[in-house]
Design a protein around this ligand. Structure first.
Ligand code: PLP
Length: 429
């Protein structure tokens, strides 16, 4: 099989339906799967045999999505779930219990921030937020109960590229895996190539690409030695009462280096039930077929918009990796040589009022709380996606009152620039 993403996106994990020879992946819209006999059923439940049981835990359509994502990322296995939110929750709950902690970058999507700062806290898991400018901040926040590091590759709104290799190497010193949310940069960077142990996505965004379906995916790099991490990772190295006392790093060995993702499937997904529907898995697979083409178009168009905005007098600041300077520019060049993504932000000299006037004057760009759609989108984060955060928390994640976030789509660049230009003129009064 090729290693080219353009090819993997169309072929990995599927050739044809054995029953009908159908080329397109069928939508297996079924809850359950008939067992051959009681021995077969017992083998599936006991994990001595892999196969379909019930769609809350696995499904053949979803299986193709999981295999395709594992192949595209260079990982060993994946788990698709109901949303990006459930993907980041599962990624951490798979390792941390009440009393444990996780060290996370401050640069996060607002929903992830809420999940970490409030929901996980209520569950007894502390998330320690550190500024990723200095990778050693992760080491300083680490103690005996630290189970994971977490960060976004290209976090909006700051769009500072995360130092993946630097923080992954620090984690490996302690036996701590780096979990990367790569939602904003699929195919532009493969975090496993830089030492990350787990990658997760909101598949709702670029993977699906058409704004039709909510979904999430977690991918196991198979590159982290859970057994060697010993007491640092009790969730994988001590008997798990959730599954007949299985010690995952041991029990899963015959199946390959998939202890992390298999544990997640048969305990968290089974018990919490945040499964993706086969229909949504299929829609996301359709999106992935054209992901390489779209990521190129998103990146080219966003770089052109950044240049256009930087030339306007009514724009105080433009944030896009192509305009980064200093260390941020070095990291953008190191991690995103294939394109710098479709997200960008800017601040109008007119502040919050001009920001709102700009949004209200847009004719083609949609005003929605989403990113990664094939269509161009705009939002004012302080009054929407980040509104549940305190003023200090907003500032820590990079949201200022007049900040506008754009998710640049794949329309013709002339039409994108024309709409942004007329809305800027309208906002300037
Ligand atoms: N991670 C990032 C970077 C996101 O932008 C989002 C959603 O905007 C999520 C996670 C959550 O994903 P979902 O909306 O699919 O739950």
């Amino acid at each position: 099989m090729s290693t080219h993403p353009e090819t993997l996106a169309l072929h990995a994990g599927w050739r044809r339906d054995e029953a009908t020879t159908a080329v397109a992946v069928p939508i297996y819209q079924t809850t359950s799967f008939q067992f051959d006999n009681t021995d077969h059923a017992a083998g599936l439940f006991g994990l001595s045999q892999l196969g379909n049981i019930y769609t809350r835990i696995m499904n053949p359509t979803t299986d193709v999505l999981e295999k395709r994502m594992a192949a595209l990322e260079g990982g060993v296995a994946a788990l698709a779930v109901a949303s990006g939110q459930s993907a980041s929750l599962f990624a951490l709950l798979n390792l941390a219990k009440a009393g444990d902690n996780v060290v996370s970058s401050t640069d996060l999507y607002g929903g992830t921030w809420n999940l970490f700062a409030n929901q996980l806290k209520d569950m007894g898991i502390e998330v320690r937020f550190v500024d990723p400018t200095d990778p050693e901040a992760f080491a300083r926040a680490t103690d005996d109960r630290t189970r994971a590091y977490y960060a976004e590759t290209l976090p909006n709104p700051k769009l500072r590229v995360f130092p993946i290799a630097e923080v992954a190497a620090i984690g490996r010193r302690f036996g701590i895996p780096l979990i990367m949310d790569n939602t904003a940069a699929p195919l532009l960077v493969r975090p496993f190539d830089h030492g990350a142990a787990v990658v997760m996505y909101s598949a709702t965004k670029y993977l699906g690409g058409h704004g039709t379906s909510i979904g999430g995916v977690i991918i196991d790099g198979g590159n982290f030695d859970w057994e060697a991490a010993g007491a640092r990772q009790p969730a994988l190295n001590t008997p798990d009462a959730n599954y007949h006392g299985a010690v995952w790093s041991q029990a899963v060995k015959p199946l390959g280096p998939i202890a992390y993702i298999l544990k997640m499937r048969v305990t968290l997904l089974r018990d919490i039930g945040a499964c993706i529907s086969p229909m949504n898995a299929w829609l996301i697979l359709q999106g992935i077929e054209t992901l390489a083409l779209r990521m190129r178009a998103h990146s080219d168009n966003a770089a052109a918009v950044a240049k256009f905005l930087a030339g306007r007098k009514d724009v105080a600041k433009v944030i896009h990796p192509s305009l980064a300077t200093g260390l941020d520019a070095e990291r953008a060049a190191k991690y995103l040589p294939r394109g710098q993504g479709g997200l960008l932000g800017f601040e109008l000299t007119g502040g919050v009022d001009a920001g709102k006037a700009f949004i209200n004057a847009l004719k083609m760009l949609y005003h929605v709380a989403n990113i990664g759609d094939a269509r161009s989108l705009a939002i004012h984060p302080a009054s929407t996606t980040h509104s549940q955060l305190t003023a200090e928390e907003q500032a820590a994640t990079g949201v200022t009152p007049g900040y506008i976030r754009l998710s640049i789509g794949i329309e013709h660049i002339d039409d994108i620039l024309a709409d942004i230009g007329q809305a800027l003129d309208a906002a300037a009064g």
